[in-house]
Design a protein around this ligand. Structure first.
Ligand SMILES: NC(=O)C1=CN([C@@H]2O[C@H](COP(=O)(O)OP(=O)(O)OC[C@H]3O[C@@H](n4cnc5c(N)ncnc54)[C@H](OP(=O)(O)O)[C@@H]3O)[C@@H](O)[C@H]2O)C=CC1
Ligand SMILES: Nc1nc(=O)c2c([nH]1)NC[C@@H]1CN(c3ccc(C(=O)N[C@@H](CCC(=O)O)C(=O)O)cc3)C=[N+]21
Length: 280
């Protein structure tokens, strides 16, 4: 068997087309949607994403402001910047990239992102509302996973899903969104004993770890749907995921590619949230 590739490119293009229309409508009434991208890390995956956001924003008519605080920024530096962007009338959306400098915790600084500008769902208020079933922007990667599965008609109701990774940016919110879709969700992490046993009893596996090739054919059931969230830059300038694609594709029923899977949908949703924030 060879797994069907679940591309994110078509869905991302459809979302971008919607954004371009909305952004033009807003410009016509004098509002230029604007996103601020804040980062304080030397992480290559984050740098890659920042460049991609800037490039895509320009294509769809969303303004983009990049703020590099440097990898040695303090909690106070990060919080101050987020507070001033929250007060800045020209800015409609704010994303703070992870990872953060050593000792700076997302849950502390993200409180400084105004709720209505929290387009990547980082503020504990957004996360709490999401879990409670109230309207809020979801973390875009988590939303991208669910949108991509829906786009490819993967049924989630009653399905056993294993999520690998429990970060506040991906693992935890995606587990909640999947729960909202009536999946039966198991969340795995670095302390999980016998990861392969847990994941190979799932019908859908979502890998969000950041370790190249961690998920092998031994980790997946024959015919399973595998979503690869990992984006690990390679030395040759490319990008690989958490899934050992060749081996897994020979056993799974469907697999999201890296690049070209979850990533483009994530970027498109971030800009869509920004346009939604600007239209309020
Ligand atoms: N495609 C996209 O749009 C996006 C991609 N990413 C990518 O996704 C990946 C994950 O990102 P993020 O969640 O921020 O990363 P974090 O480093 O914050 O979290 C990684 C998670 O993986 C768990 N983990 C680590 N090692 C293992 C292991 N051997 N077995 C099982 N679980 C393990 C950790 O467990 P513990 O909690 O116990 O430490 C942790 O929960 C990265 O490659 C990142 O670049 C991120 C956002 C968007
Ligand atoms: N708060 C926060 N939220 C994030 O969502 C977040 C973050 N921090 N920190 C860094 C990671 C990394 N990340 C990527 C998203 C999309 C692509 C992406 O679209 N990649 C293209 C690559 C296209 C190309 O080759 O240029 C693809 O997968 O096809 C990559 C990486 C989001 N992250």
């Amino acid at each position: 068997m060879t797994a069907t590739l679940l591309s994110g490119k078509e869905l991302a293009a459809a979302i971008r087309a919607e954004i371009a229309v909305k952004a033009a409508e807003l410009s016509a009434v004098g509002v230029r949607p604007r996103l601020a991208v804040v980062y304080a890390t030397a992480d290559e995956s984050a740098a890659w994403y920042v460049r991609l956001i800037a490039k895509t924003a320009e294509k769809v008519g969303v303004g983009c402001e990049i703020v590099d605080l440097g990898p040695d920024a303090s909690e106070r530096d990060v919080r101050y910047k987020l507070s001033s962007l929250s007060l800045d009338q020209r800015v409609h959306g704010i994303i703070l990239q992870t990872p953060l400098p050593h000792g700076v915790r997302m849950q502390d600084v993200a409180l400084a992102i105004a709720f209505e500008k929290d387009v990547d769902g980082a503020n504990p208020l957004s996360l709490g509302r999401l879990v409670s079933g109230l309207p809020a922007f979801a973390p875009t990667t988590a939303e991208a996973v669910v949108r991509l599965l829906d786009h490819h008609h993967v049924e989630l109701t009653g399905r056993r899903v294993a999520v690998v990774g429990r970060s506040a940016v991906v693992g935890k919110p995606v587990a909640h969104l999947l729960l909202n879709q009536n999946a039966t969700v198991t969340v795995c992490h670095s302390r999980t004993k016998d990861l392969a046993e847990v994941t190979s009893s799932a019908e859908v596996v979502v890998a969000a770890v950041g370790k190249a090739g961690l998920i092998t054919a031994d980790h997946v059931a024959p015919g399973a749907v595998v979503v690869d969230v990992g984006t690990i830059p390679t030395e040759s300038g490319g990008m690989v995921g958490d899934v050992e694609a060749e081996g897994v594709a020979a056993k799974a029923g469907a697999l999201t590619p890296v690049p070209g899977g979850v990533g483009p949908v994530t970027t498109a949703l971030l800009l869509q949230h920004t346009v939604q924030a600007a239209s309020r």
